[in-house]
Write a protein that binds this ligand. Structure first.
Ligand SMILES: O=C(O)CCC(=O)C(=O)O
Ligand SMILES: [Fe+2]
Length: 250
């Protein structure tokens, strides 16, 4: 099964899509000290995104594993699945080693991967973590995807389908980042203040069909989460594409 894409500039739901230039809008957020976020609210068209949602919701072998958090076992508060190219080192997070399914098992994932590669020239993702949030209680707590197998400055591309949910970022408390930007003593005090006091919390509402990219030192210096939301009654599916180092192809 493979889906054909309609370009995002020709949506068939004019009510949701405001049309024209807005479709290709990319917001960039410089978090400072070499960390950046890109956000493309209408990465995939409304209709294609629902097709992907329906396919993933019914075909992916979702599981809700038991993981370890702060030394205690608990059921992960969302469904999950892992897809990876052959020959990669195994992923282990929170004491859990997910089975790696093949891209060939779920061909529409290859279509989404291709669209992500097109949007992010030079990217070469070889693994994918899928999450399904079945309601507002499902969530992912504060964490960073800083596993060694992703290297020191991983690029992580996150595609969302279905229910809109908030994605929060906050600066890591014990930061190991580089010293703040160099300041010039010639500048007035007001300007200096502006330069060195970066905002240390950010929030995005991740829309159906959107793409958010974390880059640079975001995993080293920031944490992210999708908190519980009482009002989120319907399902959301999120795909995070990652590059694992150390495989057959490096
Ligand atoms: O669902 C999301 O938007 C984020 C998921 C996430 O952070 C992860 O899988 O590591
Ligand atoms: Fe994450």
């Amino acid at each position: 099964m493979s889906f054909r894409f309609k370009p995002v500039s020709q949506p068939s739901n004019p009510e949701v899509n405001e049309g024209g230039e807005k479709d290709k809008q990319i917001k960039t957020l410089d978090l400072g000290n070499g960390s950046q976020i890109l956000y493309m609210p209408r990465f995939l068209s409304f209709d294609d995104s629902w097709k992907f949602f329906d396919y993933l919701n019914s075909h992916i072998p979702w599981t809700r594993p038991t993981i370890r958090v702060f030394g205690r076992s608990c059921v992960q508060p969302r469904d999950t699945c892992y897809v990876a190219s052959p020959g990669l080192p195994e992923l282990i997070y929170s004491g859990y080693k997910p089975h790696a399914y093949s891209w060939d098992d779920y061909p529409p994932l290859k279509d989404i991967l291709e669209a992500v590669h097109e949007a992010l020239p030079g990217s070469k993702f070889n693994s994918l973590l899928l999450n399904r949030y079945e309601g507002g209680n499902d969530n992912v707590g504060w964490h960073a995807d800083d596993e060694k197998l992703y290297g020191p400055t991983p690029e992580i591309a996150s595609v969302s389908f279905g229910c809109e949910r908030d994605f929060l970022l906050k600066k890591r408390p014990n930061k190991s980042s580089q010293p703040q930007e160099r300041r010039s003593d010639d500048e007035p005090a007001s300007k200096r203040l502006k330069k060195c006091c970066h905002v240390d919390q950010h929030s995005f509402t991740l829309k159906h069909g959107s793409l958010l990219v974390m880059r640079g030192y975001t995993q080293r210096d920031w944490l992210h989460s999708v908190p519980k939301r009482a009002k989120a009654e319907v399902t959301r599916i999120n795909l995070t594409f990652r590059h694992v180092h150390g495989g057959v192809q490096g």
